[in-house]
Structure formats: structure tokens, C-alpha cells
Design a protein around this ligand. Structure first.
Ligand code: HEC
Length: 151
């Protein structure tokens, strides 16, 4: 009985998975591109901190990229784009199970990146470094709860 149920379940699941894999939701690509852009912008900023003379234009440009990208994150996780979609993803089911906490994590990123952009506009290095640290904390905070840990 149990075995028959398993076979039936497998038959039901398989075509659905291959259909999605053949036609993946554009949300996957969009969010990967957006996160990659954020990762690159963060690196661009932290690389400047290591230089004897920082390039403020680079910091400003990357801060603008970050604050724009941050606003998109909440829209990049429509229902059905979790691991159940059968597509390679590090998104944890917690994103959809704990929507209030996930929204708080995206809001934190939006606020932190806006703060960084404001500090960059002032050109104040102490403020920029503190704000960049807060942005990094918001990335880490969300990854710890909502992104699959690296094996
Ligand atoms: C609100 C939650 C959240 C915040 C905030 C967040 N991330 Fe992520 N990040 C994720 C999730 C979830 C994934 C996995 C996405 C997937 O695999 O589908 C991810 C993946 C990534 C990846 C791997 C590329 C990818 O798409 O798999 C990079 C790089 C990344 N994030 C960088 C950052 C940086 C840099 C920040 C801060 C500036 C940040 N993230 C903030 C949730 C977040």
C-alpha cells in the first residue's frame, strides 16, 4: 500500500518538475542577477576601503546600485520559486513560511542601503564605513535565516 502510494506520488511530481525546469520562472534569473550585482557592488565599496586614497565616485556609484537593487528583492520571491520548483536554488522554504520575518529582512536591507547612499552623498568616510557595515549586517542576517548554508 505504502509503496503504491509512493509510486503514484512520484508519477504526479515528476512531470510537474520537468515542466518547470524546462520553463523556469523568470524570478530565478532576475534574483540571481540582482544578488550578483549587489555582491559586486559591496565588493567594489569594500575594495575602496583598503586603498590609501578612496575613490568617492566608485563608492557613490556602488551605493546607488545597492539601494536600487535592494528595492527589488521583495519582488523576487513569488510563490512557487522555492526548492519545490525543482530548480537549483539556495532559497529556503522559510521565505514563504515566515513572510513577516522575511519582509523585515528585506526592509532592513532597503533602509541600510538608503543609509549608505545618504552617507556616500555626504562623502563622510566614517559614516560610509559604518553604513556599509550595517548593509553587510543586513545581507548576513537574511542569509542566515533564509538562504541555504553552504555545504
Ligand atoms: C531578504 C533576504 C536577503 C537579503 C537582505 C540579502 N540576500 Fe543575498 N540571498 C538571499 C537568498 C534567499 C539567496 C538565495 C537565492 C537563490 O538561490 O535562489 C541569496 C543569494 C545571494 C547570492 C548568491 C547569488 C544567488 O542568487 O544565488 C549573493 C552573491 C548574495 N545573495 C549577495 C547578497 C548581498 C551582497 C546582500 C546585501 C547587500 C544580500 N545578498 C542581501 C537573501 C537575501
Amino acid at each position: 500500500m505504502k509503496k503504491r502510494y509512493l509510486i503514484a506520488a512520484t508519477l504526479m511530481v515528476l512531470p510537474a518538475v520537468s515542466a518547470i525546469a524546462a520553463n523556469p520562472n523568470p524570478a530565478f534569473k532576475l534574483r540571481h542577477q540582482n544578488f550578483e550585482a549587489m555582491g559586486k557592488a559591496m565588493k567594489g565599496i569594500f575594495d575602496e576601503f583598503k586603498k590609501p586614497a578612496v575613490n568617492m565616485a566608485t563608492i557613490k556609484a556602488n551605493s546607488a546600485i545597492l539601494s536600487q537593487a535592494a528595492k527589488k528583492v521583495s519582488g523576487h520571491f513569488p510563490k512557487g520559486t522555492g526548492p519545490e520548483a525543482g530548480v537549483k536554488t539556495e532559497a529556503l522554504p522559510a521565505i514563504w513560511e515566515k513572510p513577516v520575518e522575511f519582509k523585515a529582512a528585506t526592509d532592513r536591507l532597503v533602509t541600510a542601503t538608503a543609509g549608505l547612499q545618504a552617507a556616500a552623498a555626504l562623502g563622510d568616510m566614517a559614516k560610509i564605513q559604518a553604513a556599509a557595515g550595517a548593509v553587510g549586517g543586513s545581507c548576513k542576517g537574511c542569509h542566515e535565516s533564509f538562504r541555504k548554508p553552504k555545504a
